[in-house]
Write a protein that binds this ligand. Sequence first.
Ligand code: BDR
Ligand code: CA
Length: 327
Amino acid sequence: MAALQAHYDCDPGQDDAIALLYALGSPKIDIRSLSVVGGNVDVRQCAKNALQILELAGRGDIPVYTGAEKPLARPLVSLPEVFGETGMAGGEDLPLPQNAPRNMVPAQDFKTIASAPILVATGPLTNLALQIQNDPAFPQQIEELFIMGGCPFPEPVWQRMGNYKPDGASDYAEYNFACDPEAAKIVFRAGFKKITLVGLNVTRAVLYNSRVEAALRGTKNVAGLRAAAILSTVGEDDVQDYGPLRETPDDPVRALHDVIAMAAVDAPELFEFVTVPLRIVADPLPAPAGQSLIDAENYDHPSVRVAKTIDRNGFLRRLVDNIGGIK
Ligand code: BDR
Ligand code: CA
């Protein structure tokens, strides 16, 4: 079967970087182009990180476009305490990229750049929303949109509806949606034919730890070793979130988030999905803006395919095989 052609919109970000390596190593995914958005770190840093990962994997031929700097209606809150000052802790010593990022005006250019049938988005949804605002027909050109975001069912670590609570908010929501809830709402209302949502309820069900680290190091290839170095550099927030789950004091337990959404493209058979009507909360503070609620009356999209469970071991095998397969 021919590989699925995909555009990847992201905010690398350690876990976006791992998702990119996973996709580059998958025989089933053909990443055609990338765009970055301000999120985990400043958008220019995201572009640099993306280029470094592409060049590490010998894929400097894939273009990277620099998109929106900040959310539609809110200031950007980035996460150095989670992923490090560069957003890619454990990757700081990678060589400077040979290639430069390309500029794009998201509202005008995203449609042409994201011309592949599959669109994977693992950052705030600002780039997509800007294009939709300018061209409401844009979603029709996409066969399937895969999103890492939201948390339609309680996440399994703390039983919360998210991992992030902005100052003054009344409850937790997932970071990508809470960062730009207005954009998330626009995207879910835009009439995409098929949306697959991979939220925290699933991404927190498969955690990285020293055993996964050993398997990645066992690949002995440059991508596997680098993935282990990045993932084993665990930020302060993750130490607090996952500390109780450590088997030893230095066990690098953390979530892998974005790569799980990439796995839904690559290996949907690893998941159990439910199809539900979904509403995004985009109210001003103190609302838990960014929450993704199953709501049969006031939905933004009537039938989102939501990942409910994942075959943990099957996924981890795939993670090591894909990343270990990069030449
Ligand atoms: C999501 O938020 C970001 O910080 C991660 O890169 C991931 O996309 C998890 O909530
Ligand atoms: Ca991300």
